[in-house]
Write a protein that binds this ligand. Sequence first.
Ligand SMILES: Nc1ncnc2c1ncn2[C@@H]1O[C@H](COP(=O)(O)OP(=O)(O)OP(=O)(O)O)[C@@H](O)[C@H]1O
Ligand SMILES: [Mg+2]
Length: 282
Amino acid sequence: MQASTSGQPLAQQIQGRPLATHRPRLVLRARQLRKSFGGIRAVSDMSITLREGSITGLIGPNGAGKSTLFHLLSGVIVPDAGHVELFGVDVTALPPHERARRGLVRSFQLAREFGALTVLENLLLAPQAQCGERLLPLFFRPARVTAEERQVYARAREVLDLARLTPLRNEYAVNLSGGQKKLLELGRALMTGCPVILLDEPGAGVNPALMGLLTDMIRRLNSEFRKTFLIIEHDMDLVARLCDPVIVMTDGRHLAEGSFETVRKDPEVIRAYLGGGAVADV
Ligand SMILES: Nc1ncnc2c1ncn2[C@@H]1O[C@H](COP(=O)(O)OP(=O)(O)OP(=O)(O)O)[C@@H](O)[C@H]1O
Ligand SMILES: [Mg+2]
């Protein structure tokens, strides 16, 4: 199934969806993924599933392979072995923009905003599937381009409002704080309209006040707009408050999975974290 990434306002994207009456379907399934860099096996026979409407956490010590797994799921790099399915379709050979067209978008561990552009311009540049980006429609279907541009502006205003970035819309992105850049990064992911969003450490470098806003935003996007999230995070407070299930990775492998309460008590998880103590702290 192909997800809509047209310029519809966020609220319209969920209209007309049947109410879930049974177990949520799988939106993403990765099987036996493997990736080495030279002699380093970063991801080792890693399998993962994401259920529609979930906020799934991905945790693990530094170097566990979490970001590499994101690169594999989003198509930034090609696996040495294994498969990725999105809405039941094998996308293993597809590049990131094709996966975005099919409904999956990701953020990066270090925010990748365009510093020389304003916040609003950063959002307007984000959509992948708007007609105006392709030259031929621009010449032959100007009326449609204008209509879509209007929709994109409308969505940008909605995203600015959601992320509380409206007062900063004309600010150059380079001048934003670390937390505001993370909100902008999430905003750019929202602009694509993709139903599946992968966030790599959204809480890193975010001050406590903005952390609350970020957490509320993710929860609201999940409950009101049915966005499915996979979130890598070292902030166990954020994981405990938002994520269920939580998947634990170590040494490139799937170590444990369950509620945060379950995995934090798992002896193998505690052993994997020994030294960091991150899980035991919460
Ligand atoms: N491009 C690369 N070239 C060589 N080695 C890499 C590359 N990317 C990742 N690695 C190695 O692969 C392993 C997994 O790295 P990865 O960044 O996926 O871990 P991570 O779980 O995201 O860690 P962190 O929590 O610190 O962000 C590490 O040993 C890392 O040094
Ligand atoms: Mg990482």
